[in-house]
Design a protein around this ligand. Structure first.
Ligand SMILES: [Zn+2]
Length: 188
């Protein structure tokens, strides 16, 4: 079960921009990624009879989007759609459609009925609808990855430090050596 989703800012920016281009109709698409991290947005055409009030994903385009995620070895993490004039809460039709389409799916909704777009996610099970907390992928996590692979400077510094400690050990060992024994005078 999905307990939370992490969002990459550029991906959500693209998804929100897609919705803002048609402020009078709902847009929809799929969100994919790895684990709980959303790394891809794939728009799918809304073929609902009244796209101002609801969304129905084009079955062919949805299949193409799923294949695209599969080809990139990404998991389908959530569906996405916009509510141009209402809160980011699934309506009865959204819930019924989600349950028909894929049980236990996560539905991300962006809404534009306030000055700033609002994003919320919902886990729709066959029995309940639960809000899924959303987090931004933080800068520290993005910066954490390069630290795992040491840079050339790191390698050079590590080798230098090892050499220096070997030299120091040698110098200390020599200074701690007892004085050489006095050799007996040769018999003449
Ligand atoms: Zn909706």
């Amino acid at each position: 079960m999905t307990t939370s989703l992490k969002l990459r800012r550029d991906v959500i920016k693209a998804a929100v921009a897609h919705a803002q281009r048609t402020p009078d109709r709902q847009v929809c698409g799929l969100l994919g990624g790895h684990g709980t991290l959303v790394t891809q947005y794939l728009p799918v055409n809304n073929v609902a009879q009244d796209p101002r009030r609801s969304f129905v994903m084009s079955p062919q385009e949805m299949l193409d989007a799923l294949r695209q995620l599969d080809a990139q070895q990404l998991t389908w993490l959530a569906t996405y759609h916009s509510h141009p004039h209402s809160n980011p809460i699934p309506c009865a039709e959204d819930i019924a459609q989600a349950r028909r389409q894929a049980p236990n799916q996560v539905m991300v909704i962006v809404s534009f009925n306030r000055p700033k777009p609002r994003l919320k996610a919902w886990h729709i099970t066959p029995y309940r609808v639960l809000e899924v907390p959303l987090f931004w992928e933080t800068q520290s996590q993005e910066a954490a990855a390069p630290l795992l692979t040491p840079s050339r400077l790191h390698i050079v510094l590590t080798v230098l430090a090892a050499l220096l400690s070997a030299v120091l050990l040698l110098v200390v060992s020599i200074t701690l050596l007892p004085p050489p024994p006095v050799l007996p005078a040769p018999i003449s």
